[in-house]
Design a protein around this ligand. Structure first.
Ligand code: ATP
Length: 436
């Protein structure tokens, strides 16, 4: 048995004052209502790992919704409740004026049928709640109530696993219960640079052999894939999935080849490059990775993959047409004259950002890379300094011609044929005059 550990000093040291006070307040409310309150899951894991995470998940041994309502009242916030699951989200505005969310769950109740005609006994327990979680490192809690503020609750050896850098499930039926945990295990392994433990590795292989992934709904698989692609190093997770045969289990067309691996590594570089330079707009990385993963497949195969992932008709159409667009435009991009920025602009402006970034990852030509980079840095945000109102002031009657003239003036600006507002006005004037 490990000795009791209190993480109060850690909480004090690592948390912003506001979050510390919030936890204190939750504990005090628990005492007042006589229910035990814990902060659980990713927050506790990241506290021990020294990683920033301010997503607080509370678990209450008792009526979680009633607790949430009272806590929301104290915070001046509101509650969104899910009666069926006995969970609630508190939404409130913090001292800095930002909206914050706080999840509150009820430690799931266990009912024990008593022999004879005694009433059913209700046992609520944090231990049962934690036992239902995916991995030991996610099954930690910190007690907030009952004079034990800061007591670390570690029933399953999570502290040791953190020291040993291991991802381990809590019991041997874990992947049978929920095969998405296979993808979660890989994602956490990559994120924390941990290793999936030997027994857990066997259980994953076993689950894949039993084809348990086939039983998963498309939307759950897609959701887990999206989570992987939102991480910093998706390629490493993909390589790991390949090793386990997990990509193949989702759909054989997703299997990696050396060429595909090269493309996906390049996609990772481009996404990282883009994130370093631009915060807005942000692409959906999963679209770019999925373009890469299906790059060697025929259209019919891709359709199967999208069906497996339960794409909506709109997602389906968007993806298939993006795939085609990217192919056609990639061919034309090589033929853009060096000074014809308006041509480049017209080729790229209507393509979703994901497609543009994918083309950047796919091309071997440095010129095309430079062109796309120039489009992202300058062309896409270039706007005119004149509007239709200015053309009207010049004495022209508004009509569809305005749109065309303004568009051509923008192209002239992109090609650096006109610069100042006056030059743009003169340019538009000449064009309108010629049309009269
Ligand atoms: P992060 O948000 O940093 O990716 P997290 O651990 O907070 O990590 P979430 O997906 O938000 O991850 O899940 C919150 C908690 O719920 C986890 O810590 C885990 O204990 C539990 N959990 C989530 N998904 C599952 C699952 N499929 N099976 C069991 N427990 C899960």
């Amino acid at each position: 048995k490990t000795k009791e550990r209190n993480v109060l000093p850690l909480l004090k040291e690592r948390l912003p004052k506001h979050h510390f006070e919030l936890l204190t307040m939750a504990g005090e409310l628990g005492n007042k209502l006589n229910v035990a309150v814990y902060v659980v899951g990713g927050f506790v894991r990241d506290l021990l790992l020294g990683r920033k995470n301010l997503d607080l998940d509370l678990v209450v041994e008792g009526d979680g919704i009633a607790f949430a309502k009272k806590l929301a009242h104290r915070l001046g916030g509101r509650v969104r409740q899910h009666t069926k699951f006995k969970t609630a989200i508190i939404i409130y505005t913090n001292a800095a004026g930002e909206e914050e969310r706080l999840d509150v769950a009820t430690a799931r109740l266990e009912y024990y049928e008593q022999p004879a005609s005694l009433p059913t006994v209700e046992l609520s327990s944090i231990k049962m709640d934690l036992y239902r979680r995916d991995f030991t490192i996610n099954a930690l809690a910190i007690q907030l109530s009952h004079d034990k503020f800061g007591k670390l609750i570690d029933f399953f050896g999570a502290q040791k696993d953190i020291r040993d850098k291991l991802i381990r499930v809590l019991h041997s039926l874990s992947f049978v219960e929920d095969p998405t945990r296979i993808l979660r295990a890989i994602r956490f392994e990559t994120r924390f640079e941990f290793t999936i433990g030997p027994q857990t590795t066997k259980l994953i292989k076993n689950a894949l052999q039993l084809k348990l992934v086939t039983k998963l709904s498309g939307s759950r698989v897609l959701h887990e894939l999206q989570a992987i692609f939102n991480e910093v190093s998706p390629y490493q997770s993909l390589a790991r999935m390949q090793e386990f045969g997990a990509l193949e289990a989702i759909h054989p067309a997703l299997t990696l080849s050396p060429t595909k691996s090269k493309i996906l590594k390049e996609v990772e570089k481009v996404v990282e490059w883009y994130r370093m330079l631009y915060t807005q707009p942000s692409p959906e990385p999963w679209v770019i990775y999925l373009l890469g993963l299906t790059s060697a497949s025929k259209a019919e195969e891709v359709e199967e993959v999208l069906e497996r992932l339960h794409f909506t008709p709109k997602q389906y159409n968007d993806f298939m047409s993006l795939r085609e667009t990217v192919k056609t435009v990639a061919n034309t991009l090589g033929k853009v004259r060096p000074d014809a920025y308006s041509h480049l602009y017209n080729l790229l402006v209507s393509i979703p950002l994901e497609g543009v970034l994918y083309m950047m990852a796919r091309t071997k030509s440095e010129t095309i890379k430079k062109n796309i980079s120039h489009f992202l840095a300058y062309l896409r945000t270039t706007t005119l300094d004149i509007t239709g109102a200015d053309l009207q002031l010049l004495g022209f009657a508004p009509g569809p011609i305005f749109g065309e003239v303004l568009r051509k003036t923008l192209w002239a600006k992109l090609d650096e044929k006109v610069k100042t507002r006056q030059e743009q006005l003169d340019f538009a004037y000449r064009m309108l005059k010629a049309r009269q």
